[in-house]
Design a protein around this ligand. Structure first.
Ligand SMILES: [Zn+2]
Length: 493
């Protein structure tokens, strides 16, 4: 970011709510079915068909709103947003306009700028205001690939038409691309956490758009904003914003002016391109949807939803940091998804060593999971068994190094830690008198080295450790070997 400039970013997120049927009809929302298999007169927009609101969509919308700290309005209005596009059979989208489902959210999120390698520098809290979260239906899809004579025909798949969405709009509160990045990840995790949405950008059930402008530091008026679309991952969005900031600053510094327009991110070319200018912008002619009653939700309903919510991710992160003495980065990773946090807390409690459990989970088990393409909920190693492994190491029954091998075998075979240690005869010798006996043997067999060591050649200490480990076939507890050796070697013979 150039000296003397400030960036202003606002974000819009569309998240598909995880209902089984569409928002205004009973058609399935299943992904990947035959094109147009899941359609009916309502979502095809046939004359005379009437929408009926799906209660489950309202409930999931409420979960999403509460997870993002918004206030739910007891009364909201559906409105028609009129525009013509082939994937919109009715010629309008049922959305909400001046009386949305929920408003006035405020979040504190953790954010950090990243260095060139993408590593976070300093984490700090930042406040973000969410203007609104409203409910609406999705449009269908134009299909341009994989069908006969695509150069002559346009194909339309309306399976997605009528799928419920939550649109989440922020105030222009972000000052850098990384703040925007951390916010979208925050929202994604929160929606998944409470079961409101799968929030998977690759599947298209979470989409985002960014409004970006720049101004000189100290200016209070906003610069002309550009809308960025086609941001297919959070990382793409971050890169697109970064590119756009630089483009706008260079444009203004070279005497040009930023035009209000919509631009698309081209990941291959790593640049944004004009999609449409302001002159082509739509006038949506919103008006209240005459086929639907105002949406009225009772305080009671809102409270019921609130009570059914799990402890939210940020609250859980803070609690876990205190309760288990975890660092910010440990606790953040372990609350990356709910199943992982659940797994961790079970293992932490069963092991009696919360930090040890965190280390083994983060550095060893998660790597095994990633390599095998499994997620935590299908881990072949249960939290209780990970805890058993941590206990064996803490008790000195096996070394940490042996523990790593044991975990790999637990993962591959599904066997318990104790069973593998037993089978492989791994048990570490921690019995001091047994270790003392080996040390005595080694010392009496190496009089020359002993004399040199006592004459001041301290590097020979390693030689003795090696001999003792060899004599014990690697089973002696290295910590005890070190302690005992030091004592015995310094004794005047
Ligand atoms: Zn339908």
């Amino acid at each position: 970011m150039k000296e003397g400039w400030e960036t202003v970013i606002g974000l819009e997120i569309h998240a598909q709510l995880s209902t089984e049927s569409k928002i205004f009809c009973g058609c399935s929302t299943r992904f990947g079915d035959e094109p147009n298999a899941n359609t009916c007169p309502v979502c095809l927009g046939l004359p005379g068909a009437l929408p009926v609101l799906n209660e489950r969509a309202v409930e999931l919308g409420a979960r999403a709103a509460l997870a993002l700290n918004l206030e739910i309005n007891e009364r909201s209005i559906f409105a028609r947003k009129n525009y013509f596009y082939p994937d919109l059979p009715k010629g309008y989208q049922i959305s909400q306009y001046d009386q949305p489902f929920s408003e006035r959210g405020e979040l504190e999120i953790m954010t950090a700028e990243r260095d060139e390698g993408g590593h976070p520098r300093q984490w700090r809290p930042v406040r973000v205001r969410i203007t609104r979260l409203h409910l609406e239906e999705d449009a269908g899809k134009n299909v341009h690939e994989g069908l006969p004579e695509v150069e002559r025909y346009s194909y339309i798949d309306l399976n997605r038409a009528g799928t419920p969405l939550a649109e989440i709009v922020t105030e222009p509160d972000f000052r850098s691309s990384w703040e925007a990045y951390d916010y979208v990840n925050y929202v994604r995790r929160a929606l998944q956490w409470v079961g409101a949405s799968e929030a998977d950008m690759e599947k298209g059930n979470l989409r985002c758009e960014a409004n970006v402008s720049v101004r000189r530091k100290g200016d209070t008026a906003f610069g002309t904003k550009v809308e960025l679309k086609n941001l297919n991952s959070v990382r793409f969005m971050q890169r697109a914003i970064e590119y756009e900031i630089e483009r706008q600053i260079n444009l203004i510094e070279s005497g040009g002016r930023v035009t209000q327009e919509t631009r698309l991110w081209d990941e291959r070319a790593q640049e944004t391109r004009v999609m449409r200018s302001k002159e082509e912008a739509h006038d949506y002619r919103y008006f209240p949807e005459p086929d639907l009653q105002p949406l009225v939700v009772s305080r009671d309903f809102i409270e019921r939803v609130r009570e059914s919510m799990p402890e939210l991710p940020e609250a859980r992160r803070k609690r876990m940091m205190e309760e288990y003495q975890l660092s910010f980065s440990d606790a953040s990773q372990l609350t990356g998804e709910r199943a992982l946090a659940d797994y961790y807390e079970q293992a932490a409690k069963a092991s009696g060593n919360p930090r040890g459990a965190a280390n083994w989970l983060r550095s060893e088990l998660l790597r095994e999971l990633e390599t095998s393409g499994k997620d935590i909920s299908s881990s072949p190693v249960s939290p209780e068994e990970l805890a058993a492994l941590v206990r064996l190491i803490d008790q000195g029954a096996i070394s940490g190094k042996q523990g790593k091998d044991v975990l790999v075998e637990m993962f591959a075979t599904g066997k318990g830690a104790a069973a593998i240690v037993e089978e492989r005869g791994l048990s570490q010798v921690s019995d001091q008198s047994a270790i003392d006996a080996v040390i005595d043997e080694v010392i009496s067999a190496s009089p020359q080295q002993l004399a040199q060591y006592r004459a001041g050649k301290e590097t020979l200490f390693g030689f003795f450790v090696g001999q003792v480990m060899k004599a014990s076939k690697g089973k002696a507890n290295p910590k005890i070997v070190n302690e005992r050796l030091r004592e015995k070697l310094s004794q005047q013979g």
